[in-house]
Write a protein of this length. Structure first.
Length: 231
């Protein structure tokens, strides 16, 4: 079902399951050294490498980091490095990102929170269930997009004064009977005297359809957590 999706796996998960299209998780800046830690010891050819900022950049050496990344690209023919930066935009982190973008010998994408300042490919967050894929990616397509695919549930309460959105646990999709082809989601509608309530979520089939649609629209690749998509 997800044969066209890069499945994000940890080193431990790779001991029991090695996807043909892999995205290696949990590589981060070392808590005790100047470079990176939790580097992969093996990877399928043309895999993606995700580098996160769960450990802040503080005194790390760009030279050491770049050498490690170059070695990984050479040894495993890494297709692209995705900078999964979610934390504070410190000067050190942005300087490190700039050096990685400049010196890594393969495509490098960075999360959309950072991408505006770099003009580079984007590792784009998952599209909300109530937002069309076309609108979600249109701003970034010219730069190149790796798109995250993940469950996304939302409740929308519409009243005469506006619409209030609330995120829901991603466990309601199987109970939603209506299907919206363009949004690649299932939904339900409840009508009350003072409001209408829309509940939207994506089944695994919806996520697979979303990934296929993204590739047809020109996304470079889609990435999803193995634990969310296949387990």
């Amino acid at each position: 079902m997800f044969s066209n999706v890069y499945l994000a796996v940890t080193s431990r998960e790779m001991e029991n399951f090695l996807p043909k299209k892999a995205a290696y998780l949990s590589c981060h800046f070392s808590p005790s050294g100047q470079g990176l830690s939790n580097l992969p010891r093996c990877l399928p050819e043309n895999s993606l490498l995700l580098l996160d900022d769960s450990m802040p950049v503080c005194g790390h050496s760009p030279g050491v980091v770049i050498k490690q990344l170059r070695d990984l690209v050479k040894d495993f023919s890494v297709k692209a490095v995705l900078l999964d930066f979610q934390g504070e935009k410190t000067e050190q982190l942005q300087a490190m990102a700039q050096e990685i973008l400049r010196s890594t010998p393969c495509p490098v994408a960075i999360t959309d929170a950072y991408a505006k300042g770099f003009g580079c490919p984007v590792f784009l967050s998952p599209p909300p269930a109530d937002r069309s894929l076309e609108k979600h990616i249109s701003k970034w397509l010219k730069q190149g997009v790796y798109l995250e695919i993940a469950p996304c549930s939302v409740k929308m309460e519409v009243t005469e004064t506006g619409c209030r959105k609330t995120a829901l646990p991603s466990s309601v999709a199987e109970n939603l009977l209506l299907h919206h082809e363009n949004l690649c989601c299932h939904y339900d509608v409840e009508v009350f005297p003072d409001r209408a309530v829309f509940t939207l979520d994506r089944t695994k089939d919806d996520l697979a359809a979303l990934a296929e649609k993204a590739m047809k629209l020109g996304v470079w690749g889609t990435v999803g957590l193995y634990q969310e998509l296949l387990k």
